[in-house]
Design a protein around this ligand. Structure first.
Ligand code: ATP
Ligand code: MG
Length: 584
């Protein structure tokens, strides 16, 4: 450490919110260059390379082959798949000196598709899985939490190529197994959650989420069965409607000043014309219609109204996930003037949908099934309709599963209670199918000599994000605590005091550990106080700390497990065995 390029900080950086960011900066692992852009210093870079090594070993073991693409890519392929536009502001676009368009790759589906197209032409060449560990660029709207969400970051991305769906499923499972091996070795606590809605096929896409309060993703888990899904992908159980029940006739009532669900319920339960003695109205009896403007990637705008039971809100994250790459905003007063049929606070469903006069697109929560009865706006200020029946009085254009999901909601698989928790997306596996192969015309000859479109999978690991995710899960008040496989060194050896004998004994231990195959960070700094050295050792987070100091006179050194804080005082000759027992 006397010549290691390292400065530790005693104070948290002002711009850091989450522990991993604070600690990685304080421990001198990374330094910020610009928002979401970081430099890796020697110790940090060692951790990053250790993570890369584990990812590489497991990808190789799975049979995937490593290649390496440039990050600077021409526009054409991304134009062909529509992503040059779809990516919107997230894409770093640039021009060369000839004014040709380039981009910095945010992900490489197009390039891998073209690569395989250039080399392969027969089913006999398949399957093949290719991967790279590469720097990606995304101009994230909210770069945050240090390297958890960077604008430049390291990703392992791989792509599988198969002749048919059965092949794709096998490639997908091989990746899934490799990811389990990777994240187990990284020492992460994680869950595998489904990432696409049931409608698209349950296992077509899954995410690996490192569990933790500071995660940006919310997921649900069933307390009763093994259902787990990103909140963006949770599907609502559709209620069964009792067909025999007599349906009420719709009746319009004056409901002054009831633009909110709360005021509407309160009014409905107090006014003699609307009140229901036996069974008071609740928010769940009302239909809330949310008016939005959707902006398509090509810039065109269209209105969309979403109907949800009044006791639910539209969850913005879930809505964004469904609409992407289109974006949306709630209708402003300005927008509303363009659609005079929409009376703010009193929108009713009978004027919505393709079959209505307005033709305004109308999608409803899956709970709004035909035969359900609602209190809804009368499209007239200060009026609501009671007894509006879905399927009879209005016809939505379809369903949209974007209402908020709550703790205790029924599991779509078994009806058990769902629990909510947060996590960091560290990996994503996805059965792409033929989308990219079709757009870029990747075909091979099949067994019968017929041209067939290749089917693909795409798989990502957030390599740099994993470093931060590990730090998020593995630290305490005084510093980082690295799992042995990713630590910059396995042993942090501290020599304290001024006594030559101490430094000689410590150097001898360093050599012995080294020969035994351990990596050692040796604090041989001459004029640094023991207190500072201990604080640094705790902050830097090697899994085992060995102290050679005053006790050497009594023939003892201290060996300490950074994870459990267990300490042993042993003779120098027994230090190696003590270190190894802690590492095991
Ligand atoms: P997110 O939802 O967090 O923005 P994503 O779904 O857009 O991620 P993918 O396109 O699936 O990301 O990329 C594969 C992996 O790359 C992710 O699972 C994640 O671990 C990592 N990753 C994505 N964006 C970033 C980023 N801005 N910084 C660091 N890692 C990232
Ligand atoms: Mg993802």
């Amino acid at each position: 450490m006397s010549n290691l390029f390292l400065r530790t900080l005693r104070e948290d950086p002002a711009d850091a919110e989450v522990p991993s960011h604070k600690l990685l900066v304080r421990a001198g692992y990374v330094r910020r260059v610009a928002p979401g852009i970081f430099t890796w210093l020697p110790l940090g870079y060692q951790v990053l390379r250790n993570v890369e090594r584990i990812v590489r070993e497991e990808m190789d073991r799975s049979g995937a082959q490593e290649v390496h693409f440039p990050a600077l890519l021409p526009r054409e392929a991304y134009e062909a798949t529509g992503r040059w536009e779809e990516y919107g502001d997230n894409l770093f676009r640039l021009k060369d000196r000839k004014e040709s368009d380039y981009l910095l790759g945010p992900t490489h589906e197009e390039m891998f598709t073209l690569l395989v197209k250039g080399e392969y032409s027969s089913y006999k060449d398949l399957p093949v899985s290719l991967y790279q560990i590469q720097t990606k660029y995304r101009d994230e709207a909210r770069p945050r939490a240090g390297i958890l969400r960077g604008r430049e970051f390291v990703m392992k991305d791989s792509y599988s190529f198969d002749i048919d769906q059965a092949g794709l499923e096998a490639s997908y499972l091989a990746h899934r197994d490799a990811y389990i091996a990777i994240f187990d070795r990284l020492g992460l606590d994680y869950v595998i959650v489904s990432a696409t809605s049931g409608a698209m096929g349950g296992s077509a896409s899954e995410e690996f989420l490192a569990t933790g309060e500071n995660g940006e993703d919310t997921f649900v888990r069933c307390a009763n069965c093994d259902y787990a899904a990103n909140i963006e992908a949770v599907t609502v159980s559709v209620p069964v409607v009792d067909e025999g029940e007599a349906l009420p006739e719709p009746a319009i009532h004056p409901t002054p000043d009831t633009t909110t669900i709360e005021s509407l319920v309160e009014f409905s339960n107090s006014d003699s014309a609307t009140k229901r003695e036996s069974d008071p109205w609740t928010a769940a009896d009302t239909l809330k219609n949310v008016a939005l403007i959707v902006t398509n990637p090509d810039g065109t705008e269209e209105p969309l109204v979403i109907g949800v039971p009044g006791n639910r809100d539209v969850d913005e994250r879930r809505l964004e996930a469904v609409l992407a790459p289109a974006e949306m905003r709630t209708m402003t007063d300005d927008d509303l003037t363009k659609y005079p049929a929409l009376v703010a606070g009193y929108i009713g469903p009978q004027i919505l949908g393709e079959e209505s006069i307005t033709k305004i697109k109308y999608l409803v929560d899956p709970r709004v099934v035909d035969g359900t009865v609602w209190i809804s706006g009368a499209n007239h200020e200060n009026h609501h309709t009671y007894g509006r029946v879905a399927g009879r009085d209005f016809t939505p254009d379809g369903t949209i599963d974007v209402a908020d999901v709550r703790e205790g909601d029924p599991c779509p698989d078994c009806g058990g209670a769902l629990t909510l928790a947060r996590g960091i997306e560290i990996g994503h596996i996805f059965q792409l199918g033929t989308k990219y192969a079709e757009a870029l015309d990747l075909q091979v000859l099949d067994q019968n000599g017929k041209q067939t479109v290749v089917t693909m999978g795409s798989y990502g690991v957030g390599v740099s994000r994993a470093v931060a995710a590990i730090a998020e899960q593995s630290h305490d008040d005084i510093g980082l605590i690295w799992p042995p496989e990713v630590a910059p060194a396995q042993v942090h050896l501290v020599a304290t005091g001024k006594d030559d004998a101490v430094f000689e004994a410590a150097q001898a231990l360093a050599d012995e550990f080294d020969i035994a195959g351990l990596t050692v960070l040796y604090d041989d700094r001459p004029k640094v106080s023991p207190g500072v050295k201990f604080k640094d050792a705790e902050l830097l987070g090697m899994p085992v700390i060995v102290v050679v100091g005053r006790k050497l006179e009594e023939g003892l050194v201290e060996v300490r497990d950074r994870r459990t804080d267990e300490r042993k005082e042993v003779a120098p000759s027994e230090a190696l065995a003590a270190v190894q027992s802690f590492l095991d």
